[in-house]
Design a protein around this ligand. Structure first.
Ligand code: PFF
Length: 453
């Protein structure tokens, strides 16, 4: 696979991987999960999960992808030909596509809310009606559908342009911009009157809130946030050059993802407390609570609050796009390498498939809300299926594959570039121990606790 595109440098590898990692998970999910499980104590558990469990999996995916320079299916077939591991390759082609479909619905909402912010709809006189606006908007038919489709078109255009001209270029610009934006919003939020309570909530741990369910939530969130278990990181790693230090790029990715999630916490929570709203108000936090806050605070400085609401929804949209492109790339790599389709045809085909599933997910907030799969709406079913099961199973199997199936020498070679990297060489025994024992055992334990709790 010598003619395969490659990321240009360490910085671009980290930007692309961090682009996949930083997304709706950081801005939309992380703050409300932190709210649900009691703030700072949960953040501490989350940080431990990231470094002890998620990092070894990110490394496992990086090892498999960079070793083979192939997408998930091809990689499994190359490293374990003729075995059942090919099913893991196939599963991880399908699961990112399902995620892409429902993720695009939320991506579409951020698109819609950006237009609402641009047309200055979050005004003090609208403050009370803003709360009901989300339920009304998401349950209508055409506007959310059009926004979902628009989001998928944007995703497809970037992927269509290729690894270097599309994904790499977009990530190189969007990631620094996202950090600037989230810092600006956090500063605004922290300086609102009454925000101090929200800051204390994020820094003062209350360990009594750490129920068994909190550990399962931390694990699930850290996998979702680092895009693990569904082959996206594996596929991106397949575009990494042989002389790159994958321990350094994985550490950089995990660090930036965590930093962004914490900054998003500071962008959202202090504003929520300033407006006197319960921090545990659930998934609506971003599309109901925050527009309400932007409207209400507008009384004190309308221009600033209008500008912040525009920046906020722009941040969500760009972050969502930098993730959705990674989901689509997994399927594109598969169709190009295994089915010999051109990149353009592969992108178009995946656009159509994710549009069809996306339409069903989108309508499950309105006209299809009566259709239930295992008691869940189509959207919730897809989300639960992927984030509670497929990602966890995929993550577990990737670490088992590297720890138990791959040759230990091949794993060491990949991490140390054939012995030439001294730092990774020194920490190899500890990392290998984490990948082989700690990660699989803890994932199984937390998974069972989450189910039984
Ligand atoms: N990491 C992304 C986020 O936090 O929004 C979500 C995600 C991206 C999940 C890519 C799965 C994936 F393959």
């Amino acid at each position: 696979m010598t003619n395969r595109e490659k990321f240009g440098s360490r910085a671009t590898v980290i930007m692309a991987m961090a682009g996949s990692a930083i997304g709706l998970g950081n801005i939309w999910r992380f703050p409300f999960i932190v709210g649900e499980y009691g703030g700072a104590a949960f953040i501490l558990v989350y940080i431990l999960c990231c470094f002890l469990l998620s990092m070894p999996i990110l490394l496992s995916e990086s090892i498999i992808g960079r070793r083979t320079h192939q997408g998930t299916f091809g990689a499994m077939n190359t490293l374990a030909p003729g075995t059942a591991w090919k099913w893991l390759g196939l599963l991880t082609v399908i699961s990112p596509l399902i995620i892409l479909s429902y993720y695009s619905v939320v991506g579409g909402w951020s698109f819609a809310y950006l237009t609402k912010a641009l047309s200055l709809q979050f005004k003090p006189e609208n403050a009370e009606s803003v709360i009901g606006m989300f339920a009304t908007f998401s349950s209508t038919t055409w506007a959310p559908l059009a926004c979902t489709a628009a989001f998928l078109v944007l995703t497809s255009v970037i992927v269509y342009l290729g690894v270097n001209k599309g994904i790499e270029k977009f990530s190189k610009i969007s990631i620094p911009v996202l950090f600037v934006l989230i810092v600006v919003i956090a500063v605004y939020s922290i300086t609102l009157p009454g925000a101090g309570e929200g800051v204390r909530y994020l820094v003062k741990p209350d360990f009594s809130k750490l129920t068994p369910g909190a550990y399962a939530a931390a694990l699930g969130q850290s996998f979702f946030s680092l895009s693990l278990g569904v082959g996206t990181m594996l596929t991106y790693a397949s575009y990494v050059r042989k002389d790159e230090n994958i321990l350094a790029s994985a550490s950089g990715t995990a660090f930036f993802d965590l930093l962004f999630a914490i900054l998003a916490g500071f962008a959202v929570m202090p504003a929520v407390f300033a407006a006197g709203i319960a921090p545990s108000s659930g998934p609506g936090l971003v599309f109901e609570t925050l527009p309400f806050i932007f409207s209400k605070m507008g009384a004190g400085g309308q221009v600033i609050s209008a500008a912040v609401s525009i920046l906020f929804f722009l941040t969500i949209l760009v972050a969502a796009l930098s993730s959705s492109i990674s989901m689509m790339e997994v399927g594109v790599a598969y169709l190009v390498e295994e089915k010999k389709l051109s990149r353009h045809k592969a992108t178009f085909l995946l656009f159509l498939v994710s549009l069809v599933i996306g339409v069903l997910c989108c309508l499950s907030f309105g006209s299809l809300s009566g259709i239930k799969l295992f008691g869940q709406t189509i959207f919730n079913f897809c989300d639960r299926l992927c984030s509670n099961f497929l990602m966890t199973i995929g993550a577990l199997l990737f670490s088992v594959f590297v720890g138990w199936k791959m040759d230990k020498k091949a794993v060491r070679d990949e991490l140390t570039n054939g012995g030439s990297l001294k730092g990774p060489g020194k920490v190899f025994p500890a990392l290998y121990f984490l990948i082989k024992y700690v990660t699989p055992v803890t994932i199984i334990a937390i998974f069972l606790i989450g189910i039984l709790a």
